[in-house]
Design a protein around this ligand. Sequence first.
Ligand SMILES: [Zn+2]
Length: 54
Amino acid sequence: MNLEQIKYHSCPNDDEDGILLVDIDEDMPETDENGDLQYYCPGCHSTFSSDDDD
Ligand SMILES: [Zn+2]
């Protein structure tokens, strides 16, 4: 998996660039119960899933 390609995702709240959350221990992206990637938005200080803006 190329983390660089999925490192950022637009926040559904304010279109800021959300940053991919990664489990440091496993060196794998964190996912929710649906297997969707999790991102943290520095603009609104919230986390969101990669499918929230579908
Ligand atoms: Zn945001």
